[in-house]
Design a protein around this ligand. Sequence first.
Ligand code: SF4
Ligand code: SF4
Ligand code: FES
Length: 286
Amino acid sequence: MTAIPLQPPRRLVEFTLDGAATRVPEGATLLDACRAAGKDVPTLCEGDTLTPKNACRVCVVEVEGARTLAPACSRAAEPGMSVHTDTERTRHSRRLVLELLASSVDLSTTPRAAAWIVEYGAEPGRFGADAARLNEEPKVDNDLYVRDYDKCILCYKCVDACGEQWQNTFAIAVAGRGFDARIAVEHDAPLTDSACVYCGNCIEVCPTGALSFKSEFDMRAAGTWDESAQSETTTVCAYCGVGCNLTLHVQDNEIVKVTSPHDNPVTHGNLCIKGRFGYQHVQNRD
Ligand code: SF4
Ligand code: SF4
Ligand code: FES
């Protein structure tokens, strides 16, 4: 029998969140505390299965006594700190971040972005029509997934998922610097000529829809993509003995994409090509 060592119990950290006494396990972030308290702090680059990158700064909160605003997604709760999540300063900062992002990239498929823009009174148009836009055509170079970098906020989540944090394939990286920085495969080649193994783990973490299933991309183009008409069923992949969890997204009796629960302690939302994309035989009725 294999002995499984128990982790030592984690101590609780006591601090004040929007004036209310709060306790969270040691190591929890301010975002964890906000979510546990039912507070809706916007996030974009935060990934629940990835190390925080602090790229977008839309999640900032105010810590009493601190000179700068703190990103809630990466700042650990400390005993005695007093944190405010909804002040004029945090709202102003979030508004500006949303304005800058929405004026430079297409947030139309970023969940909740439109609602946050309204909530924070962001006016992306105030930078004028000349505000930087990539205006790149989506890269459709294979049958499995599409890269639409007009929607990319350069959060690097896909790079981390493809690289050392999960997949260790290192097919995608950041090319260029400053304003020219772009997510790309080596030599900006088509995906089919790259090291990509089509696990789709980058799609799983992309917060904006810049990376999407070809099925979703095609249905959006045809105007038939309708999340409200989709059901989700979590099951077990039958291809091999790892037994990853698959969540099948079904619309009109067809599987339209496959995701995986992030809270699975073995796979953390990651899959391989078979589990992610190998579902066509299920609906081949010929
Ligand atoms: S493609 Fe998606 S995950 Fe990758 S950097 Fe852009 S927005 Fe982030
Ligand atoms: S997703 Fe891949 S690794 Fe996981 S059970 Fe299926 S075939 Fe095996
Ligand atoms: S979500 Fe916290 S910095 Fe992006």
